[in-house]
Ligand binder design. Structure first.
Ligand code: 2HG
Ligand code: ZN
Length: 457
């Protein structure tokens, strides 16, 4: 491999002053959002065009140095930070936001466009974008495509892959593949967007995406319902999904999580008395959905209490009880994050059993459970563990596999879970992954620490 001096000089030829070596500036690119994963890098490069991205990939390939593509650095599994000296390829400057095709309801967005900017652009044109998540102000289109981001609206609009009509990306060979026409029906061979989406930067660097938009819904109602048990809350979630076509989100959290959120944010609980389990439900429609939600709620058993909001600021407050879990848990130190999906029939039992599974392995650790009840995705967060001790991760992920679940619902495998990939994928599947990796990134330049288990394991 070339020396640091040569790497810096050669990359400088490609991106000029957009090469960062200043240690203080670099620090924000080398540690992930949780603080659990981080390393060092020779340089951060911030190309301003697809050609420059290709130039960076080609240069790294030629010099035998690996790179880590990075968007808003909101990843939670160590997949977007350099762990062993890789070059950081920041895509944040790819900010182009094309015009909205009002006939098709589509737009092309550069990899560096944030989710909030995408929402604003869609809204201004009378449309909406179907994916939403708490890190919307920092998460970027490129990162969301690379990780197939899910979020809170998956049960209505699907994940990022379901919005993706086309892609521009730089392969590990340095060649640019671009298919951004946005034709909804287009059976002309392999679906590269679908393949690159969720590949966590291991096959290609996403530079732009063609995205479908969804109709904007002028009326919105959010409610938080309280239940005595997880099972009751999940039964309610099934009933809402069956009876409310305008259901946009159905999110679960527990009394301990709400208490922590309130103590960290200074918010007051929405209820005068604490309850064991909460379900946040959001409806969005062309007419006011409040009545439909009230009727559906009346037919549900074991509702202990309910608060409803229709105006924007109160709705945002109710959402904050759920969305602030991540930052509240982080105040306790870097958590271990196990983002998993269970078959809906096993979700309640899994949630009941996880705290005990953790306690058996690490009696002093604390388990936090919350997530997207509507699609079976629960976020198991464990605080009070040393960053490198992964016995709890092992115990919980094996429990997930025993229940027929997936070890990653939406955050990806990253560096955090690669050694457990076999719990969710067969040996033949992993071999096929490696074959694809070799074909599109023959020299292993792209994101070597993410997704695929180390060779030989
Ligand atoms: C969420 O649903 C995010 O809020 C983050 O996926 C989950 O912090 C987490 O574990
Ligand atoms: Zn989530």
């Amino acid at each position: 491999m070339a020396s640091s001096r040569v790497i810096v000089d050669r990359l400088h030829e490609v991106v000029g002053p957009q090469l960062i070596v200043d240690r203080d500036v670099i620090a924000s690119y080398t540690t992930d959002w949780t603080g659990r994963f981080g390393g060092h890098t020779v340089a951060v490069v911030r190309p301003g065009s697809t050609e420059q991205v290709a130039g960076v990939v080609l240069t790294c390939r030629e010099l035998g140095v690996a790179l880590v593509p990075q968007g808003g650095n909101t990843g939670l599994v160590g997949g977007g930070v350099p762990l062993h000296g890789e070059v950081v390829l920041s895509l944040r400057r790819l900010q182009s936001l094309g015009p909205i095709d009002a006939l098709a309801g589509q737009l092309t967005a550069g990899a560096g466009v944030t989710l909030s900017a995408l929402h604003r652009a869609a809204r201004a044109a009378g449309w909406a974008y179907g994916v939403d998540l708490a890190s919307r102000d920092s998460a970027t289109v490129g990162g969301m495509v690379a990780t197939n981001a899910g979020g809170t609206h998956v049960l209505r609009y699907g994940d990022t892959r379901a919005q993706l009509l086309g892609l521009e990306a730089v392969l590990g060979t340095g060649s640019v593949v671009s298919h951004l026409g946005g034709l909804v029906k287009d059976n002309t061979g392999y679906h590269l967007p679908g393949l690159v989406c969720g590949s966590e930067g291991t096959l290609a660097v996403v530079t732009a995406a063609r995205l479908r938009l969804v109709p904007a819904m002028p009326f919105r109602t959010v409610a938080v319902l309280a239940f005595p048990t997880v099972s009751d809350a999940l039964d309610a979630s099934v009933s809402f999904r069956r009876s409310l076509p305008a259901l946009e989100a159905c999110e679960l959290f527990l009394s301990s999580g709400l208490e922590l959120v309130c103590s960290v944010t200074g918010m007051r609980s929405p209820f005068s008395d604490p309850h064991p389990v909460y379900l946040l439900v959001e409806m969005a429609d062309h007419a006011d959905p409040t009545e439909a939600l009230a009727l559906a709620t009346d037919s549900i058993d074991h509702v202990l209490d309910v608060v409803v909001a229709t105006d924007l600021s109160r709705r945002a407050e109710l959402w904050r009880y759920r969305e602030a879990h991540t930052e509240a848990i982080n105040t306790l130190g870097p958590p271990h994050k196990l983002d998993v999906t269970l078959p809906l029939g096993s979700l309640a039992e899994f949630i009941d059993r996880v705290p005990e599974t953790v306690r058996m392995i690490a009696p002093a650790a604390r388990t936090w459970l919350f997530g997207h009840a509507g699609d079976g995705n629960v976020h198991v967060n464990v605080s009070g563990l040393p960053p490198d001790d992964d016995q709890v991760d092992d115990g919980v992920l094996r429990l997930v596999a025993d229940f027929g679940g997936s070890i990653s619902a939406e955050h990806g495998i990253g560096a955090a879970k690669r050694r457990w990939l076999h719990l969710s994928r067969t040996a033949d599947e992993i071999r096929a992954f490696r074959t694809l990796k070799r074909a599109l990134d023959p020299d292993g330049v792209l994101n070597p620490n993410a997704l695929l288990p180390p060779d030989g394991s």
